[in-house]
Ligand binder design. Structure first.
Ligand SMILES: CCCCCCCC(=O)SCCNC(=O)CCNC(=O)[C@H](O)C(C)(C)COP(=O)(O)OP(=O)(O)OC[C@H]1O[C@@H](n2cnc3c(N)ncnc32)[C@H](O)[C@@H]1OP(=O)(O)O
Length: 267
């Protein structure tokens, strides 16, 4: 995913009832069309006795992670039961800051194609792209809440800045108890990638250089703060810092170069 990641030497980077019931979403080829309800999209495989009840619970759980009650694709950038109080506090802080329009919460879906036709700064990026229904966005690839990347992004358009309130889950472990450096690189890349898309439309990461300063405990809450520093032609230069929620610990800082893929997409 990354063209280049540099790590400082001191860095530490380096079923629920599944024995009775196997439930899996079919390949996302059969991912439900949101307006038609969700049931078409799940296939439940039973091994042994038919445990309809548990299967139903499991299926309902899986579906509830993908669709809102309205049947529309679920916006994952909203609080869920896995968010810690610290995560909620930071989220509420930025929601408050968004009331005057300074900041804007960025909705987030599991599939790129779910962003189509919605208010999304990704829309411009997506236009004209062929979307595969087999794919999931990397950071939204897990069915169960809280296990992987729990995050919400807020964009400050005038400052060309994006902050991500981020809570790394247990499936992101590197060294025991701490987030893998690659997962930190991924959230940084996506945060500043959002900034770059905002100013330049279709972009790709050409270079990402990260200094890992302090390990990030799994389940803790951090603020990923990225901004555009300058643009030179097709080149977008960005920087990013990852801070603990209390602002006392700098976990990582990064610089990056994104390249605009075509000038027509420039905002
Ligand atoms: C969820 C939404 C957020 C998304 C965030 C996720 C983003 C990603 O992870 S993208 C995936 C990872 N990135 C990739 O796979 C990119 C692979 N690389 C490429 O496709 C190409 O090299 C690409 C597009 C970056 C640049 O290619 P190309 O368009 O031909 O540009 P090219 O002409 O070589 O270079 C343009 C300028 O950038 C400079 N440049 C290119 N790469 C680099 C680099 N690594 N370091 C420094 N400068 C560079 C060139 O020197 C040139 O400068 P100048 O105009 O001053 O001469």
């Amino acid at each position: 995913m990354l063209s280049q990641v540099q790590c400082v030497p001191s860095s530490l980077c380096c079923s629920f009832l599944s024995q009775l019931v196997f439930t899996r979403l079919l390949s996302e080829n059969s991912r439900p069309q949101p307006s038609n309800g969700a049931s078409r999209d799940t296939e439940v495989f039973f091994h042994g006795p038919v445990h309809l009840c548990t299967a139903g619970v499991r299926a309902a759980f899986v579906l509830s992670t993908q669709f809102s009650q309205s049947g529309q694709p679920k916006d994952y950038a909203l609080p869920n039961a896995s968010w810690s109080q610290g995560m909620l506090n930071l989220y509420n802080e930025f929601v408050e800051k968004s009331k005057d329009g300074t900041w804007k919460r960025i909705p987030s879906y599991r599939h790129s194609s779910d962003s189509r036709g919605k208010e999304s700064y990704f829309l411009q990026f997506l236009e004209g792209e062929k979307m595969s229904k087999d794919t999931r966005l990397f950071l939204r690839s897990l069915d169960e809440e809280g296990l992987g990347f729990e995050y919400v992004m807020f964009l400050n358009p005038s400052e060309k800045r994006m902050v991500t309130v981020y809570q790394p889950g247990p499936y992101l472990e590197g060294h025991p108890g701490f987030a893998h450096g690659g997962s930190t690189a991924a959230i940084i890349d996506s945060t500043i990638g959002g900034c770059a898309i905002f100013v330049a439309g279709r972009v790709m990461t050409a270079n990402l250089s990260i200094d890992f300063k302090n390990p990030i405990p799994l389940g803790s809450v951090v603020l990923v703060d990225g901004k555009v520093n300058r643009m030179e032609g097709r080149k977008v230069f960005l920087s990013c810092q990852v801070w603990s929620a209390d602002g006392q610990t700098l976990h990582a800082e990064a610089t990056a170069l994104f390249i605009q893929l075509d000038s027509l997409s420039r905002r």
